[in-house]
Design a protein around this ligand. Structure first.
Ligand code: 2IT
Length: 444
């Protein structure tokens, strides 16, 4: 496999897509040794076929705000690879969303979904719509307008979207409401739905819970435990909330969380009341974390700073891509961090990963650690297909088993002499299933 040539081709074909190129580079660099030992993949041109999405839809979304002003946004759905199951992956509403963002996310999703053990292909979609400061009716009108286009391309056995940044339970409700009106049927075409209309009880918690289960597995290898560990988290959205909830329940101390405005240092650690308050913060649509320090007086707010300067045992980035850079990684290493878990998709820059791995810091990549979110989405698809609700305990048990299996696979393919390279492990394990399926399915 000629990594240089393939990357040069990807770059030439997609000159304005640095995020996509970053995601592809990481995968290719880590799977090349495995691919070179198994000539069937080159013979079937698997890599060249994997780096090109099956198709990309782009559409116009027109909507009216509360004052009667008309706005135009861009909507997308990237159907990346459906070798092992229907396209599956979230919708992101964020002003930075463009084709580059969604192609990197769709590419990563293909490997992640393969790791979950469930039959799901990779896809991603969204819009450059900014939910910040929007009223509830504006959010509803935007979601409805978005779905009038998106519904043409999705279906329960074709493509099943879900949430991502800016798309939570409320947005999925509005999107699904419009879908079922247009399609004239109640199929589980979106996941992350409300529990009253087919949603999985544990989907909101799933990404964060799954990441903590993954971290527990990583610590277990080192004969260590999460109890008593100091943790910093970036973000205060759904994922950060799930991490704080499970980590606190298991006896860890979450002492930092952040927003685009800065970070909160809460030396006392979070508790149930503070964790519940995170939901209020998100629902306010203001996208600031500062009010936490107004409500809980002992906590301090550091404007414009990242939480990575806080001395902790475990750092978990759960906001957005490339949020933890080389400088942050060096600070974490200097402060003796034991484990860094990427929970956002591609949350660390390539240089940051290099620094952490060189320093032999236990490092988990997002596509393994955050796979519990889409994993529970897959369980929601199963529940919808059999028209039965499952209990939270049953979903949690399956989520736990899934994260254990992902960890085991990462170790199987990522074990190096004295270090587990989880990035390599996740990419190779995710690759094998999709690649073997593509060979069996033929050139089509
Ligand atoms: O990045 C992700 O895995 C998600 N946003 C969740 C996707 C899903 O289909 O639940």
């Amino acid at each position: 496999m000629d990594v240089k040539k393939i990357l040069a081709d990807v770059k030439a074909k997609n000159p304005d897509q640095p995020l996509f190129l970053q995601a592809v580079t990481e995968v290719l660099e880590t799977i090349k040794d495995y691919v070179n030992k198994h000539p069937q993949y080159d013979a079937h041109k698997i890599i060249e076929r994997m780096v090109e999405p099956d198709r990309v839809y782009q559409f116009k979304v027109e909507w009216m705000d509360d004052k009667g002003e008309i706005h135009v946004n861009r909507g997308f759905r990237v159907q990346f690879n459906n070798a092992i199951g229907p396209y599956k992956g979230g919708l992101r509403f964020h002003p930075t969303v463009n084709l580059d963002t969604l192609k990197f996310l769709g590419f990563e999703q293909t490997f992640k979904n393969s790791l979950t053990t469930l039959p799901m292909g990779g896809g991603k979609g969204g819009s450059d719509f900014d939910p910040k400061g929007k009223s509830d009716t504006e959010i509803m009108h935007f979601c409805q307008a978005f779905m009038t286009e998106l519904f043409k391309y999705i279906g329960p056995d074709r493509d099943v979207p879900a949430g991502d940044i800016g798309v939570g339970g409320r947005e999925i409700g509005y999107l699904y409401g419009m879908y079922k009106k247009l399609a004239c049927e109640n199929t589980g075409v979106l996941t992350g739905k409300g529990a009253q209309f087919g949603g999985s009880i544990l989907r909101p918690e799933a990404t964060g819970f799954g990441a903590v289960y993954f971290v527990e597995n990583m610590l277990k290898v080192k004969k260590d435990k999460i109890k008593g560990k100091k943790i910093s988290i970036s973000g205060f959205g759904n994922v950060a909330w799930g991490i704080a909830k499970k980590a606190t329940e298991l006896g860890a101390k979450v002492i930092a969380l952040s927003g685009p405005d800065g970070y909160i240092l809460d030396e006392e650690g979070m508790n149930e009341k503070k964790i519940d308050y995170m939901l209020e913060l998100r629902e306010s649509n203001n996208n600031v974390v500062k009010p936490y320090a107004t409500k809980f007086k002992k906590a301090k707010f550091f404007a414009g700073k990242k939480p990575w300067e806080v001395k902790v045992d475990i750092a978990m980035c759960s906001a957005i891509q490339n949020e933890l850079d080389e400088k942050d990684a060096k600070t974490l290493v200097k402060n003796g961090v034991k484990l860094v878990c990427e929970v956002s998709n591609m949350g660390c820059t390539a240089k940051a990963v290099e620094v952490l791995q060189k320093a032999k810091v236990n490092f988990a990549p997002g596509k393994a650690a955050n796979a519990g979110g889409v994993g529970v989405s897959g369980l929601e698809m199963s529940q919808n297909a059999e028209h039965l609700p499952w209990t939270a305990a049953e979903v949690d048990q399956r989520l736990h088993a899934m994260m254990d299996s992902i960890h085991e696979n990462c170790v199987k393919y990522g074990q190096e002499k004295d270090y587990i390279n989880y990035v390599k492990g996740a990419n190779v394990a995710g690759f094998i299933k999709v690649a073997d399926a593509m060979i069996q399915l033929g050139v089509c």
